[in-house]
Ligand binder design. Structure first.
Ligand SMILES: Cc1cc2nc3c(=O)[nH]c(=O)nc-3n(C[C@H](O)[C@H](O)[C@H](O)COP(=O)(O)O)c2cc1C
Length: 244
């Protein structure tokens, strides 16, 4: 155990914040840590928009189905996959290449790694937060609100602040179900998952004082069916991604 592992192991999303602001220096440090994440071929295929403007914060709230922490968090960072910069500044490029699904994937991976670095850096400073992918309920509105050019895709917001709540750590899948050796095996998964479902049911029951008693499978099934967001692909194609 060291401080980094301790910070990572104690992660729990926080959705309630005190009024204590995050300084510009902290924000700069968080963004610089994001930038130090590994990045495919050094592309750095993402942009991070700090959302200060209240009206734009309200749009994030509206797009995410009323998630108020997009307004109340002292710091909100909108992570976008960004191939636009490459289309302007990479030399000797066939412009069609950016429409390739591979490069969309690269942008999403780069942005996600950067965001997780930012999140851990923030948590190491005593901040807490939550990633909000719910904003993708209305990708076109995000593109319009944040003036995103072609080949920039809004992915999620990272909302950060000093915690005014201490949610319990949410149990993860048993390591054995995730950590496979040499090939994809699932021999013991039925039993592992049965036990995990019980553990998560217990977690939700306690956390919500009995209002939610979902197992992991029930919870994830509901979440997946509730928001298929089919129009994301349509809007991304319109914005230059995923044509090939
Ligand atoms: C890509 C992504 C999108 C997410 N979107 C939301 C969201 O819209 N609203 C929310 O409250 N939490 C959101 N979360 C947070 C997850 O619900 C949370 O990380 C997960 O349930 C595990 O809980 P924990 O972070 O407390 O350990 C998102 C997380 C990720 C990685």
């Amino acid at each position: 155990m060291n401080e980094v592992i301790k910070t990572i192991s104690e992660h729990a999303s926080v959705r309630k914040f005190t009024d204590q602001p995050i300084s510009e220096e902290q924000t700069r440090m968080i963004v610089e840590c994001a930038q130090m994440a590994s990045t495919s071929s050094h592309f750095q295929a993402y942009s991070i928009i700090e959302v200060r403007d209240t009206a734009r914060r309200e749009v994030l709230k509206e797009c995410s189905g009323g998630q108020k922490w997009t307004v109340t968090a002292p710091l909100v960072l909108l992570f976008c996959a960004d191939l636009h910069r490459g289309s302007r500044y990479f030399d000797n490029i066939d412009k069609d290449v950016f429409s390739n699904t591979e490069f969309y994937t690269v942008g999403v991976i780069d942005a996600a790694l950067a965001a997780q670095n930012a999140f851990i850096a923030a948590e190491s400073m005593g901040l807490g937060g939550v990633i909000v992918g719910g904003i993708r309920n209305d990708v076109q509105k995000l593109i319009d609100t944040f003036n995103l050019p072609e080949l920039v895709a809004p992915l999620f917001a990272l909302c950060l602040g000093y915690p005014d709540d201490k949610p319990g750590v949410k149990p993860r899948l048993p390591r054995e179900a995730v950590h496979k050796i040499d090939s994809y095996t699932e021999h013991d998964d039925d039993e592992l998952l049965r036990n995990y479902n019980d553990e998560v049911k217990e977690y939700y029951t306690q956390r919500t004082k009995g209002k939610c008693t979902d197992t992991w499978g029930e919870h994830c099934g509901q979440m997946m069916m509730a928001k298929t967001r089919d129009e994301v692909g349509y809007v991304l194609r319109k914005n230059g991604f995923l044509k090939k």
